[in-house]
Design a protein around this ligand. Structure first.
Ligand SMILES: [Zn+2]
Length: 425
């Protein structure tokens, strides 16, 4: 770590993290001072940014920050919740299910336009002689910034930053971005003392929390499973530094978050679509996310090979909610047809154990302080917990979606689908 010459500095609202000869910035709110942030908090933030680059000692085969090795555990350091906010349906629904007076939604806005960012990008191009690196001006924040303005979100913080340039600066063969979504936590952690944040949450849903890649159940809160789940490990790390980390809607499907949004103040502003939308509508009507969103509500957008070819590919991406959308919107094809008879209605209800208290068998995914609040909010939106049969269906979904027997078309590329469709004509 010493060879990185890490240093923090601040010029007005711009906070710089210096690594070797370059510096990376985030734009802090008025009154913030990086020099008032404790060293251990800075270390935890760095752990997010430099994860698996070989700078942290290992515990078993996993890199861990120093407090884990020293067995330190700090009490929760603040009363508020920092929500990593994207303005997509999942994080907007998460915001609606948390106490508004305690929740600070923080939008980490990718901004590579500062002089220091441009200098870093040039350095990266010089250092990393590879063709895979893509750093371009793009429309990544366009929809979010436009619709967040319209939504006028209470407490919202928009934090411009270029921390996503750290990985390609440090490593070969990676583009900008974080190793995983939890990387955004770095900025929330650095702002924690300023906003009295003790809890950090993300807008992740059951498809990513309990269904791994979206097509088979993994019991990530089970204490007895072989090998600690990533969630349990991150919770342990956060607790060591005086935070709790959770997924407020981690047991709710995309169907549920979409239903919450549909019945909320965000129905015209939450936007999961990644295509730049020039109209006032919060959907493009021509992408996979829009296909699922419309399908869930019993409507279908016209099929388009450019995105729709993945509806032929095994294992099906976001299989559970995609099949739910196909059933409701009555879209099918030779591959999807195999799944059309399945009862997917369990996705309309939440996986109860995720909101349970800790016991000998499971860890508490959601902190005690917010469990009842979230339960009541879900109830307000008319969302019930799953029954026994639902849970059985959820746990067995891999029998269909993660079972090679269903790979009837062996589609690998968009070309395969084009060929298949032309042969069918
Ligand atoms: Zn779209």
């Amino acid at each position: 770590m010493e060879e990185l010459h890490i240093k923090w500095s601040q010029e007005n609202n711009l906070v710089y993290l210096h690594i070797k000869e370059e510096k990376f910035y985030f734009e802090a709110p008025n009154g913030y001072n990086i020099h008032e942030v404790d060293e251990d908090i800075k270390e935890l933030a760095l752990f997010h940014l430099l994860w698996y680059m070989g700078f942290f000692e290992k515990e078993g085969s996993y890199e861990q920050p120093s407090y884990i090795h020293k067995n330190i555990t700090k009490p929760i350091s603040g009363k508020n919740i920092g929500l990593s906010f994207s303005n997509g349906c999942d994080s907007a629904a998460t915001l609606l299910c948390l106490p508004p007076e305690k929740t600070i939604p923080i939008y980490c806005c990718r901004d590579f336009s500062k002089d220091s960012s441009i200098k870093t990008i040039n350095k990266i191009k010089q250092l990393r002689d590879n063709k895979n690196i893509v750093i371009q001006a793009q429309n990544y924040n366009y929809n979010a910034l436009k619709f967040m303005k319209k939504a006028n979100i209470h407490n919202l913080q928009i934090i411009n930053n270029d921390f996503e340039l750290i990985r390609p600066y440090m490593m070969d063969n990676v583009s900008y971005g974080f190793k995983t979504g939890i990387g955004y936590g770095a900025i929330l952690i650095l702002l924690s003392k300023f906003f009295d944040i003790g809890y950090i949450t993300f807008g992740a849903i059951s498809e990513s929390v309990f269904l791994g890649t979206g097509h088979r159940f993994i019991d990530v809160i089970d204490k007895h499973r072989s090998g600690e789940s990533l969630i349990i490990r991150w919770k342990r790390i956060y607790k060591a530094y005086g935070f709790d980390f959770f997924y407020a809607l981690g047991g709710c499907s995309e169907i549920i978050t979409s239903n919450i949004i549909k019945n909320s103040i965000f129905k015209n502003t939450a936007c999961s679509c990644n295509i730049k939308i020039l109209s006032d509508k919060n959907y493009c009507g021509d992408c996979m996310k829009c296909f699922r969103n419309f399908g869930m509500n019993g409507q279908m957008i016209p099929y388009n090979n450019n995105w729709g070819w993945v509806l032929y590919k095994f294992p099906l991406k976001m299989a559970t909610s995609t099949i739910y959308a196909c059933q409701k919107g009555t879209y099918t094809n030779e591959f999807i047809e195999q799944y059309m008879h399945l009862d997917m209605s369990y996705l309309e209800r939440y996986y109860g154990p995720y909101l349970e208290k800790e016991d000998d068998n499971i860890i508490a995914l959601v902190p005690d302080d917010f469990r009842d609040y979230i339960k009541n909010k879900l109830k307000e939106y008319g969302i019930e917990p799953m029954n026994e049969n639902d849970i059985k269906n959820l746990k067995n979904c891999g029998d269909y979606y993660d079972n090679d027997k269903y790979n009837n078309l062996n589609i690998k590329t968009i070309g395969d689908v084009k060929l298949l469709l032309s042969n069918n004509k």
